[in-house]
Design a protein around this ligand. Structure first.
Ligand code: AMP
Length: 282
């Protein structure tokens, strides 16, 4: 496995693999790799001959008060996991490599970046769409794998790729969970024992909403209210939103229609967690 720190090294390695006729895939991450990230690598490996993992804690997607400084960066561990997963190339650039002095160009997906996560984190998705554009320009992959765990992120990237005619296939991989249902997240390590237990309520509220829709509930306004009430019953949980939306446009729905996704975000103690579940199609 090759580890690259410069853009030139990545471009050279990818060009060489292409000359051998490889289909090139990439898995963008911020490191602190867990089984969720590894599942993306496995899927990428299944679809591609040459797999590039991107490890970079992207400062432009963090607001000044967020956890950029304390975000975990266990690089040695991460490299061992990538190697065990059969990755061909890991790119771990410095901030100054990707954001040289004078950097001032950003990509914005207008509407999709403003809703849900965007209301709490107004500059977050501008950072995401900008870094993902840079990933696509540097690696020029045939395939890029993202997790359903960050549902709005993959929806926004799909929209960006369509709108800007970027020649890459976006693959969305299922959310990997702990045995009790908690979605794996690098931020789970911030939770103490009681918060870890309380965090289960996010997935439980999603499952409950899914069952209600399956059972024929048509009043999604009431369902949203009930999801919020359930979350609020946990003293350590402060919900930001709990909602049901169109799975492609993320338009909030008042009555069931087509492909739908239930989305929740909450602070558990001081840690902000998100989760989602695709609902049964009616
Ligand atoms: P991150 O390092 O948190 O930026 O995540 C990198 C990629 O891993 C994103 O596409 C995430 O959606 C994906 N990911 C994170 N957690 C999970 C999970 N539990 N299951 C599947 N994919 C995940």
């Amino acid at each position: 496995m090759q580890v690259a720190k410069s853009i030139v090294e990545v471009r050279d390695a990818v060009a060489e693999s292409r000359q051998r006729g490889s289909r090139v895939g990439c898995v963008p991450t911020m490191g602190a790799l867990h089984a969720g990230h590894l599942s993306l690598m496995t899927e990428c490996r299944r679809q591609c001959d040459y797999v590039v993992v991107w490890i970079f804690v992207n400062p432009t997607q963090f607001a000044p008060h967020e956890d950029l400084g304390k975000y975990p960066r266990p690089l040695e561990d991460d490299l061992a996991k990538c190697s065990a997963a059969g990755v061909d190339l890991v790119f771990t650039p410095e901030v100054s490599t990707l954001y040289p002095e004078g950097f001032e160009t950003f990509v914005t997906v207008d509407q999709l970046s403003r809703v849900f996560e965007g209301t709490q984190r107004p500059t977050h998705f501008r950072g995401v769409s900008t870094i993902v554009t840079k990933i696509f320009n540097i690696i020029q992959p045939d395939v890029a794998c993202f997790g359903q765990k960050d549902y709005q992120q993959q929806a926004l990237i799909r929209r960006m790729v369509r709108d800007l005619d970027i020649p890459v296939e976006i693959v969305t991989c299922p959310t990997i969970r702990e045995p009790d249902g908690l979605a794996l997240s690098s931020r789970n390590m911030y939770l103490n024992k009681d918060e870890r237990q309380a965090a289960l309520s996010l997935y439980q509220s999603l499952q409950w909403a899914s069952e209600r829709v399956r059972a024929g509930e048509t009043d999604l306004v009431r369902l949203r209210g009930e999801m919020l009430d359930q979350l609020r019953q946990q003293p350590l949980v402060q919900p930001d939103y709990a909602t049901i939306a169109d799975a492609d446009t993320l338009e909030v729905l008042d009555v069931p229609r087509g492909r739908m996704v239930a989305l929740v975000a909450a602070r558990v103690g001081t840690t902000r967690l998100i989760d989602n579940l695709l609902l049964p199609e009616l």
